[in-house]
Design a protein around this ligand. Structure first.
Ligand code: NDP
Ligand code: 2IT
Length: 448
């Protein structure tokens, strides 16, 4: 797609200012490269410097997190929170605890979150945070002390109507519990300041399942509406074995597909008989184990320590659910050679730009993360509503709302793609539909 002089100038500015933040620049370049016709359609965007403001976070905080390990040694990690855009609601987005976390990763995730949250139709702005702390191999007591130290600083920046964090890689129910407890202790108030809480203290039914289930609802809708097809009888390759991957596997199986892979950062397993979900959950959810154990326990499965070879497994549908840039151009070519028809992203930005080009030029339906994985934050938004009302909805009610939201995301993306590109171009469609909502709200609120 050709870019207008305005967009070209913004991209040059982003390269100059953020050239040292490759993931952030990658996310900004992808979005700006696809929204040209929508930007050109409204001269007010250029007149009000809207794109300059759109790619610049409202606030970015970095802080020291000092804590004491089980041996009595003091450890120091970096904490981050980006409050990217609050045009349509309080900042909202997860916290990631992983050794690779840095300013570039947090900013790319925050930027994507702005558009994703807009697509849900719920009043949520975009934010993201985290730390280079690695929960792997730490005792529960160490994780608790780290979370308490992290929240001791973060609490001054957040609040139920200001900024509402949640989980992401390395942050699940255990971490949210420790973070919530510390917020409540310091502020002396119970509020819905975090989502992904346990049911015993204000969590929402279906939040745990939401990202993986939502990914499958979205993918099913793409198959239905664009190919008159469904998950039934399909072979599916899923990467990762964390929260998103496990519940994507569960829902894909419920919808009649055979899921044949799972992975972690060490390697992947291939089980041609279909992944045994009980064993996967026992290893990964109940015991925080490694995926290699699956092949030790299931005789039909094989393990490989070449993690990216997961994409050489023949599949009709691929759902990358681990991390950014886990699927490159070569892997995309392998998937296409093996007949993949649909790729929908459970992770944030798992496909490299080269991989996306391969999918798009070979007629593979490609559902970008900001649309396909929005189910998690959508149910977080529903958790906020339930907390405000001081009530809780049933699993069925929440799950039905999730289904409707995912169908709505497809419909808006498809509509925007049909107006500005080709109807199958769900990437441009998601970027434009999300951008239009945020841009409208920003225009209405003046230059901020
Ligand atoms: P988890 O921590 O539960 O699981 C992460 C999975 O990805 C693990 O299997 C992990 O393997 C693997 N992984 C993490 N980092 C890397 C890496 N650098 N290289 C290879 N593998 C890696 O996280 P989630 O399932 O919650 O998140 C997975 C993806 O989904 C992320 O991109 C996240 O941003 C995205 N997402 C999550 C949402 C949520 O609600 N949780 C919502 C929307 C998107 P290992 O155990 O070896 O580290
Ligand atoms: O990337 C994401 O959308 C998330 N990690 C979930 C964010 C949230 O606020 O539930």
């Amino acid at each position: 797609m050709s870019k207008s002089p305005y967009i070209e100038s913004i991209l040059r500015q982003a390269e100059l200012r953020d050239g040292d933040k490759p993931e952030f620049l990658q996310a900004v370049t992808e979005v700006l490269s696809t929204i040209t016709p929508a930007v050109d359609a409204n001269p007010a965007f250029e007149q009000t410097g809207l794109l300059e403001r759109f790619i610049e976070p409202e606030r970015f905080v970095q802080f020291r997190v000092a804590w004491v390990d089980d041996e009595g040694r003091t450890r120091v990690n970096r904490g981050y929170r980006v409050q990217f855009n609050s045009a349509i609601g309080p900042y909202k987005g997860g916290l990631r605890f992983h050794p690779t976390v840095n300013e570039s990763i947090i900013k790319f995730l925050g930027f994507e979150q702005v558009l994703k949250n807009a697509l849900t139709g719920l009043p949520m702005g975009g934010g993201k945070g985290g730390s280079d702390f690695d929960p792997k191999g730490k005792s529960d007591a160490e994780v608790m002390r780290f979370c308490q130290a992290f929240m001791t600083e973060l609490q001054r920046h957040i609040g139920p109507d200001t900024d509402v964090p949640a989980g992401d890689i390395g942050v699940g129910g255990r971490e949210i519990g420790f973070l919530f407890g510390q917020y409540k202790r310091i502020r002396d108030e119970w509020s819905g300041v975090l989502t992904g809480k346990a049911l015993s203290y204000g969590g929402s039914l279906a939040r745990t399942e939401a990202t993986g289930y939502g990914l499958c609802y979205y993918t099913e809708e793409v198959l239905n509406k664009l190919r008159d097809d469904s998950f039934e009888g399909k072979t599916v390759a899923i990467s990762g074995s964390g929260n998103v991957a496990v519940f994507a596997t569960e829902k894909a199986q419920q919808l009649g597909a055979k899921v044949v892979t799972a992975s972690d950062s060490n390697g992947y397993v291939y089980d041609p008989n279909g992944i045994n979900l009980d064993i996967l959950k026992d290893i990964k959810v109940d015991h925080r184990g490694r995926i290699k154990e699956y092949a030790d326990r299931v005789s039909s499965a094989t393990y490989s320590d070449k993690r990216t070879d997961i994409w050489t497994v023949p599949a009709d549908i691929a759902l990358p659910c681990a991390t950014q840039n886990e699927l490159d151009g070569e892997s995309a070519k392998k998937l296409v050679e093996n007949g993949v028809k649909v790729v929908c992203e459970g992770a944030n930005m798992p496909s490299t730009p080269e991989a996306i080009d391969v999918f798009r030029s070979n007629g593979v339906l490609y559902g970008p993360g900001k649309a396909a994985n929005a189910g998690g934050v959508a149910v977080s938004g529903l958790e906020m509503s339930q907390n405000s009302y001081r009530l809780s909805w049933s699993f069925e009610e929440t799950d039905n709302r999730l289904k409707d939201i995912m169908k709505g995301i497809f419909a808006q993306s498809h509509d925007a793609a049909s107006r500005f590109s080709t109807p199958d171009d769900l990437m441009s469609g998601a970027n434009i539909a999300g951008f239009e909502k945020v841009a409208d709200a920003m225009l209405a609120q003046g230059v901020l």
